[in-house]
Design a protein around this ligand. Structure first.
Ligand SMILES: Cc1ncc(COP(=O)(O)O)c(C=O)c1O
Length: 303
């Protein structure tokens, strides 16, 4: 298949340098440090039934990631939001996935000084994206504890959303090699962090638990913690060891790209009775129900 054919199969709309263009035609300059050095940050947002979920919080987090990497754009948060709303409106998509990125940009010839780059905004919208397919969502995912460690936050503050994904990507190869689909990555001390594109929760004796360190603090994770509070369910945010996952009653993943997904197998053994658990189902249903709450989302005006 040619590159052109590969690109043509990608539906969506992009925004670059003040212009809107089909996603298939949106290519970044090869000299952009975002490409050359992973010198880029981003946020991933979703649209459900024509409303953008927690847009303001996503933009606030995107701004914090930019500030953390000493990047800036000649745009206010409201202007960035308007560009994203406009992108969605132009596609007409009611259920969609939005990527917004700020890259360091192109460095002037003869220097490697990142301060001299003009930071660049890239964004695109695609139809809604699920990290797990329908069958996986129904039966639950198979997870393994990765042998690849997560990049420690002492080296790269994982609260900044980043494309330093090689630890996550190599762990995925490990998962597939071992007959699984997803991973959770440990730190050197045996505590666990998160997986390729999601946070992790487990349930033990009715108590919800999620790791507290070396993670990207997901908006979906935040939603789950709020839901637990509303349901008067105890939720512990603390150091978690891999052994606790093996003994869990339920495990689930949490991410913008698909919400809450049950994990029914860990390290080759069933979790609970090997079927998606009732607490996971309750939280998942409540998560989707919240998408109708107008205080948590921004309507897109398609007319
Ligand atoms: C490494 C990582 N952790 C967690 C998450 C979940 O974050 P959110 O719920 O905001 O999508 C993501 C999402 O892309 C991620 O890449």
């Amino acid at each position: 298949m040619s590159t052109q054919d590969e690109l043509a199969s990608i539906p969506g709309l992009a925004y670059m340098d003040g212009k809107y263009l089909p996603l298939a035609e949106a290519t970044i300059p090869i000299a952009d440090r975002g490409f050359l050095r992973s010198d880029i940050t981003y946020d991933a947002i979703h649209v459900w039934k024509g409303r953008i979920y927690r847009l303001r919080e996503h933009i606030k987090r995107f701004r914090a990631s930019m500030t953390g990497l000493r990047m800036d754009l000649a745009l206010t948060d409201d202007e960035i939001s308007e560009i994203l709303v406009d992108l969605v409106r132009r596609t007409g998509y009611r259920d969609a996935f939005i990527m917004v990125m700020c890259s360091r940009g192109i460095q002037p010839p003869g220097t490697r000084d990142p301060r001299l780059c003009r930071n660049r905004l890239y964004a695109y919208v695609q139809p809604f994206l699920w990290i797990a397919n329908e069958e996986q969502r129904r039966r639950g995912l198979r997870m393994v504890l990765s042998k690849t460690q997560r990049i420690p936050s002492e080296a790269l503050d994982q609260r900044i959303k980043n494309f330093h994904w090689l630890d996550l990507t190599m762990s995925l190869f490990e998962a597939y090699d071992r007959g699984a689909e997803v991973t959770i990555l440990p730190l050197a001390d045996g505590t666990v962090t998160e997986g390729p594109g999601f946070n992790v929760f487990f349930v033990k004796d009715g108590v919800l638990v999620t790791p507290d360190r070396n993670i990207f603090e997901g908006i979906t994770r935040r939603s789950v913690i709020e839901i637990a509070g509303d349901l008067q369910m105890r939720c512990e945010i603390r150091a978690v060891h891999g052994t606790e996952l093996s003994a869990a009653d339920e495990i689930f993943t949490a991410t913008t790209a698909g919400g809450i997904t049950p994990v029914t197998e860990f390290e080759g053994r069933p979790i609970g009775d090997g079927k998606p658990g009732p607490i996971t189902a309750r939280i998942r249903d409540e998560y989707w129900r919240r998408h109708d709450d107008e205080t948590l989302s921004t309507a897109v005006s398609y007319e």
